[in-house]
Design a protein around this ligand. Structure first.
Ligand code: ZN
Length: 78
């Protein structure tokens, strides 16, 4: 089983789908592509679906790995 399931999720601009944002010390970020300014909370909100999809993906991957591990384990007992 892999030890590392880290993956990076790029947040997307809800307006143009861009993933590059200018961040400063305030709670606001600005999309480089369409120059839309939105708060980090708004950005997170807009990307909720994206994160869910990523989690589903990860769950499937984990399950598959666990299954493979079990198969290996059982094959040793023969
Ligand atoms: Zn944008």
């Amino acid at each position: 089983m892999k030890d590392n399931y880290d993956r990076s999720i790029s947040l997307q601009c809800p307006t143009c789908g861009g993933t590059d944002f200018e961040q400063n010390d305030t709670e606001q970020v600005k999309c480089y592509r369409c120059e839309r300014v939105l708060t980090k909370a708004e950005l997170r909100e807009a990307n909720n679906g994206l994160v869910e999809a990523e989690v589903e993906d990860l769950k499937a991957e984990l399950l598959k790995d666990v299954r493979d591990d079990f198969k290996k384990m059982f094959s040793k007992w023969k």
